[in-house]
Each structure stands twice: as C-alpha cells, then as structure tokens.
Design a binder for this molecule. Sequence first.
Ligand SMILES: [Zn+2]
Length: 98
Amino acid sequence: MPHEPDHTDGNSLAGPLAEILSVDATTGWWRCPECGRSGPVAQLHVYGPEPGLTARCPGCAHIALRLVRAGDHVWLSMGGPADTFRFPVASRPPDATP
Ligand SMILES: [Zn+2]
C-alpha cells in the first residue's frame, strides 16, 4: 500500500498568500512582542531608505519589519530574521529608492 504524503508543496499557498499580499499592508494590525503595544502597521516608525526600510515599534523601537529592494526582488523580514521571504518584482535601476 503506497504511503500517502502528509503535506502538499508550496503551490498550495498561492491562494491564501495572494489574499494577504494583495491588500494594503499598512492597514494590517501589529502587536509588539517586547512591550505589548499594538496598532496599525501605518503607525510604525520607519527608517531608511538605505540599506533598506526598517519599521520599528513606536513604543520600544523593537524591529517589526525589514524590507530591502534589490534589483528585481524584494527581501522581506517580518517578526524576526528567520521569517524572511523573497518575492519577484519588476526590475528597476539599482540606484532607485526602495
Ligand atoms: Zn514595543
């Protein structure tokens, strides 16, 4: 009897992720794991643009999000260095701001 896999491949995330990634992310809600402050992403304090954008908690400066535009890709880290994703985007000059 063949073994049934207990998982699907990453293509099964296409629909659920498309719902999240197609919205205006600044309307999302964020809660700081350090100080407990919460609020819309739009209220985070953003530093940059070089070497990328860093969004910090307005209460304690904990890093909530990092975004780096590099050529035809965007590197995104949300919540910690282990939570990094890479998304293909349209190419633009390397000296353009993120
Ligand atoms: Zn905080």
